[in-house]
Design a protein. Structure first.
Lengths: 465, 335
């Protein structure tokens, strides 16, 4: 059958072009890949290559023709043994519209009324289980968050031989912040791996190992350095499951200290809570207590998705009770009411919780009964707990170390507005890091961070006190 | 600026001949890739394929030769010019083409497109759109092989453009440090988009890029599938014996533009024609087959017809397969 050569599009937005020149004439033998014509648009001149073999039977659009619509037959190629008589006049192809997406829809559109644009389905609402019951009489052991994190990794490594830990100074040095203390001695150098200082590289290597089915726990000495690896975390870790249609994903945890430490200045003091919780495909966990750190890190290591586990250097040394259980795992995506109250809801996570709880104590002295929610997981965020609390109190204050613009507090405020607007007795207040790079000077650093006094003031303001 | 590099096969060393079966099988696969890509280009021109579409035409011998080296369980990973790699690993052209057209039965259910396809079954780990990002990932695949003591290797493909990305050298360092079984195949097609290698690279002999990490490297005539396989065998033996990574610089050439919307003004038609006329991997294979009487013109014609039918069927399938259901919008974000 004779083959029609169609006017090609050079880009998805091209609708028509000029047929500048024919490089073959009727009767010429044509091989696949031969340049047969030149076409031009306002942007470029391109060569038209034959994709079929045969003889150029007939030129349908002479050279010099302007504004030839894409997909118009411009020539006919005859196969072996065919002759010109086989060429049937063909009706011109309908003009291709750049704005339309899918060809089948287009084909339909030519015959009948235009189909209605499809509406996006509702986003699924994440459902998180409640915390497991702690059996009565369970011993509570005081331990630092540092020890709790170490125990979580050790327990998971004992449980699953595909779990390994890698990062800078995690093995022989025992961890820059001693979070991996003792792991090398128990699990050996095959599973506790010191990397060169090469964040972009080892983040990508870890993701590759995870694509192959291993379960890496990758430590960033601090999350400040993970900016070097941001492309791998987002483009490779977070998106691969979706881009593969669910075929290939990666079970990997990136963990390390996040946020301001003390007196280390702008490049080493930054809160990435908002950055990572912006990304579909990632889960983001931000514990504030030793027990949550343990239960959630174990959950993160078992979770089949990439998890960003944001710790805090100042909290590493804080001690709090952890239930002594063989396998203490907490649900990802579930907030916790750290202090019940009725007058105002204070919402925070990680280091922000230390300010929030102190502020609640002060507020109690002033006769304001604050409820404090520890989000624990930022993505997926536990809407239900936030909304239920605000429906009760009618007032909310968010507390974060990160910057205010596009911050997590802004997101929480928007959710409250969307889901509890009618319950609000005052606008949501945000207490956050100030909109400056972190200063080094002790007095300025203190001012740049959220403070207990600011939270107390904000809570009083939303209570009109 | 003149292109200092020689034409790919001018300094080729003699390589071992293929058997009849190898020659015919390589010919068929290379031709399948060529016809697939021509069809993809055509369908792009018709508006059936959207976005970016990077064709592999001219480079077929590289993936086909390397694939002949692989054993079950070995992994392949590459960048965005990936259709050839998928076909070489044995992925179904229907599923690949349907992904290009963004349809439900594409390899990624239509959610990935040209640059993002995967097949766990065939050991193909993508399909990655960020230049160079596949290099640490491929190194990680090799890490997994070492971790599991599996004796499998990872073939990590990237281009001359990606060879200037920093993460490539971060990967080289770790791969040699930990003796990871990875062959870095640098497909040097002389142009990073529109920038000739002489304008982008201080050292244009890319096989030397591992020198400061003590990674050995060879320059290979990437237009001769036999030379590719021979070099691949040597590198694979090195990797499988625990000696660490190996670099193969494949001197190759893409006939088409960087992507479909590339007017290719940075090189002359004569340069393209020279490679095409004298070094085309498929023409050379065809010539050898006829010369050695491995097959007659008629048999080759029959293969050509079968390949053409296969691609026609793939194109038909990809044209009529439905788009993904709207309910797929929110699936596969998490598992």
């Amino acid at each position: 059958m004779p083959i029609e050569v169609l006017m090609p599009a050079l880009s998805p937005t091209m609708e028509k072009g000029n047929l500048a020149k024919w490089l073959k004439k009727e009767g010429d033998e044509i091989k696949s890949g031969d340049v047969i014509a030149e076409i031009e648009t306002d942007k470029a001149t391109m060569e038209v290559e034959a994709t079929d073999e045969g003889t150029l039977g007939k030129i349908l659009v002479p050279e010099g023709t302007a504004d030839v619509a894409v997909n118009t037959p411009i020539a006919v190629i005859l196969g072996e043994g065919e002759d010109k008589a086989a060429i049937k006049p063909s009706k011109p192809a309908p003009q291709r519209k750049a704005a339309e997406s899918a060809p089948p829809a287009k084909a339909k559109a030519q015959d009948g009324p235009a189909p209605k644009p499809a509406k996006a389905p509702d986003a699924p609402m994440p459902q998180a289980a409640n915390d497991p019951d702690i059996p009565e009489g369970t011993e509570m052991v005081a331990m630092t968050m540092r020890e709790a994190l170490r125990d979580a990794m050790a327990e998971e490594m004992r449980r699953d031989k595909d779990v390994f830990v890698m990062g800078e100074e995690v093995a022989e040095y025992q961890g820059a912040y001693k979070v991996t203390q003792g792991l090398l001695q128990e699990f050996g150098a095959r599973r506790v791996i010191d990397t060169p200082i090469t964040e972009h590289g080892f983040a990508g290597l870890g993701i590759g190992a995870a694509l192959a089915g291993l379960k890496p726990v990758v430590e960033f000495m601090t999350f400040n350095f993970a900016m070097q690896a941001m492309d791998q975390l987002i483009n490779s870790a977070a998106k691969t499951l979706y881009m593969s249609g669910g075929q290939m994903g990666c079970q990997i945890v990136f963990r390390g200290p996040n946020g301001a430490a003390a007196r280390v200045a702008a490049q080493h003091s930054q809160d990435y809570s908002a950055w990572y919780s912006h990304i579909p495909g990632l889960k983001v966990i931000t514990p504030s207590t030793a027990a949550d750190a343990k239960g959630l890190l174990k959950a993160a290591i078992r979770d089949p998705n990439p998890v960003i586990f944001l710790e805090n250097e100042i909290l590493y040394g804080h001690s709090s009770p952890v239930p002594k259980l063989d396998d203490f795992v907490l649900p990802i995506g579930k907030a916790k009411i750290a202090r019940p109250g009725n007058d105002v809801t204070i919402i925070s996570w990680s280091m922000g919780m230390t300010y929030a709880l102190k502020a609640a104590e002060e507020l109690a002295g002033a006769g304001i009964d604050a409820e404090v929610i520890d989000l624990r997981t930022l993505k997926p965020m536990d809407n239900e707990t936030i909304i239920a609390s605000v429906q009760k109190t009618g007032r909310a204050v968010t507390v974060e170390e990160g910057w205010q613009q596009n911050g997590v507090g802004a997101e929480i405020a928007a959710r409250i507005m969307e889901h509890a607007f009618d319950y609000l007795d005052a606008p949501v207040a945000r207490v956050s890091g100030k909109d400056v790079p972190m200063p080094y000077a002790a007095n300025l650093e203190k001012l740049a961070l959220p403070s207990v006094a600011e939270i107390v003031e904000a809570a009083k303001a939303v209570c009109y006190r | 600026m003149a292109v200092a590099q020689k034409s790919p096969s001018t300094d080729a060393k003699p390589v071992a001949d293929f058997s009849k079966e190898q020659e015919l099988s390589a010919y068929r696969t290379m031709l399948t890739i060529r016809r697939f890509e021509e069809k993809a280009g055509q369908m792009y021109g018709m508006g059936l394929i959207g976005g970016f579409c990077h064709l592999y035409i001219g480079q077929e011998a590289v993936v086909v030769g390397m694939q002949m080296v692989l054993k079950p369980g070995d992994q392949v990973i590459t960048g965005y010019r990936d259709h050839g790699h998928m076909i070489a690993t044995g992925m179904d052209p229907k599923g690949v083409m349907a992904e290009l057209t963004g349809r439900a039965h594409g390899y990624s259910k239509g959610k990935g497109g040209s640059m993002h396809m995967f097949s766990v079954e065939k050991g193909f780990y993508g399909g990655h759109g960020i230049v160079g990002a596949q290099v640490p990932l491929g190194t990680g695949l090799a890490f997994a092989n070492t971790y599991r003591s599996s004796n499998n290797i990872s073939i990590t493909f990237f281009g001359d453009g990606a060879a200037n990305q920093g993460q490539v050298y971060e990967s080289f360092n770790m791969a040699e440090l930990w003796k990871l079984p990875v062959i870095y195949v640098i497909e040097n097609n002389r142009y990073a988009m529109g920038t000739a290698i002489t304008r982008s690279s201080a050292e244009v002999n890319l096989s030397r890029r591992g020198l400061s990490f003590n990674i050995p490297g060879d320059q290979v005539d990437g237009m001769d599938v036999r030379a590719v396989k021979a070099a691949g065998e040597k590198a694979a033996a090195w990797c499988r014996s625990g000696k660490g990574p190996y670099i193969l610089e494949m001197l190759t050439y893409r006939y088409r533009g960087h992507s479909m919307s590339d007017p290719a003004k940075y090189r002359t038609r004569e340069e393209v024609d020279e490679v095409r006329t004298h070094h085309d991997p498929i023409d050379m294979a065809r010539h050898r087959i006829l010369e050695k009487k491995f097959a007659s013109e008629d048999v080759l014609k029959k293969i050509d017809g079968e390949v053409r039918d296969l691609i026609t069927q793939a194109a038909e399938f990809a044209t009529h397969d439905p788009e993904p259901d709207v309910s797929e919008l929110y699936t596969d974000v998490y598992r």
